[in-house]
Write a protein that binds this ligand. Structure first.
Ligand SMILES: [Zn+2]
Ligand SMILES: [Zn+2]
Length: 341
């Protein structure tokens, strides 16, 4: 079978691997589609692990069912989550699923970008979701990233009447902004320097779309937000500059949510005096658990988030190198998806 093997953003290879064998409780899934994520092209994360088999947003059809598996059958269309928590450890009890030791050890083999994927028994039991007939494979690739956005929105703790500012109008920024509107934010502002992305944000109905390169961003925010800073700021880029900007923009009593990681050596300088007297909360959101994937599927099925507004590029598995190039240098693109006929 064919699989994508990552060495660097400009060195993505298609290799031949044996179809994985499956054991008790496991599934073999034939890939139909898998989205690419900005984290797939974070070289500081990926290159030290290379060669790696990337892809963590796969959906497909069950090709084989391991001994003892209940409730699944060959031919069934499914979403498979890349990691699952144990649901009973200290961290799971507190809802910190990505901190669970089981979560970190339950990976798909070889990865989401391979013609066949072995799904471990723990994943089969907890987070393989049958796809309803009205959700296409392409749309279903958004279950994983949308689940991460659902978790991010939960952690941002938006209250009805809040103003929310999202830095970055990539695919996650757009979904986060729409979720914020659906959670009762009175106004949602999205900020991006790329005209194409601002246009897409306007098309999905985000209240205010701002260009950070045009005069002072804060003045622009004041102009559309009754002279106030936003209550919630969601930072989707992984740059320290964006995080710093997010902290500076947040209003009194507000929350700043960091939605993407910076490299381990980078430092964000904050002023505790400012955070204290403005009572500003700094939070992060890492990955998603089995509750969020289920809600994400419901949101896609109900049309609350529409895949055609988010997915802009499709590539064959053989053209994965091109897809990685596109995601590594975002311009006139939102979400890129690998589609297998
Ligand atoms: Zn991702
Ligand atoms: Zn756990």
């Amino acid at each position: 079978m064919l699989a994508v093997e990552y060495h660097a953003n400009d060195d993505v290879r298609i290799v031949e691997l044996p179809v994985p064998e499956i054991g008790v409780g496991e599934l073999l899934v034939r890939l139909r589609a898998c989205g690419l994520c900005a984290s797939d092209v974070m070289e500081w994360y990926m290159k030290p692990r290379a060669p790696v088999y990337p892809g963590h947003e796969p959906v497909g059809v069950i090709a084989a069912v391991g001994e003892g598996v209940q409730g699944f059958m060959v031919g069934q269309p499914v979403f498979v989550h890349h990691h699952v928590p144990c649901m009973v450890c200290h961290f799971c009890q507190r809802g910190s699923f990505s901190q669970c030791a089981t979560f970190r050890s339950t990976r798909l083999y070889p990865g989401g970008l391979a013609e066949f994927i072995r799904v471990p028994a723990a994943n089969v039991q907890l987070d393989v979701l049958p796809l309803p007939g009205d959700v296409t494979f392409e749309a279903a690739t958004l279950i994983e990233p949308l689940a991460c956005c659902v978790r991010g929105i939960n952690r941002a703790a938006i209250q009805p009447g809040d103003s929310v500012l999202v830095l970055g109008a990539g695919s996650n920024g757009l979904m986060l902004a729409q979720l914020a509107q659906q959670r009762g934010a009175i106004s949602v502002i999205i900020v991006d320097p790329i005209p194409y992305r601002r246009q897409r944000a306007l098309e999905v109905g985000i209240d205010y779309v701002l260009d950070p390169q045009e005069q002072s961003l804060l003045e622009q925010v004041f102009a559309v937000n009754s002279g106030r800073r936003p209550d919630i700021v969601i930072v989707t880029p992984s740059s320290i500059g964006a995080m710093k900007q997010g902290v500076e923009l947040a209003g009194p009593g507000g929350t700043v949510l960091l939605f993407a990681p910076s490299p381990p050596s980078e430092v964000l300088v904050i002023t505790p005096h400012h955070l204290f007297f403005q009572e500003i909360t700094l939070r992060t959101s890492y990955s998603a658990g089995p509750y969020e994937t289920r809600l994400a599927l419901d949101l896609l099925r109900d049309g609350r988030i529409r895949a055609e507004q988010v997915i802009t590029h499709r590539f064959a598995l053989q053209d994965a190198a091109q897809a990685f190039q596109l995601v590594a240098k975002p311009g006139d693109a939102l979400k890129a998806v690998i589609v297998v006929a």
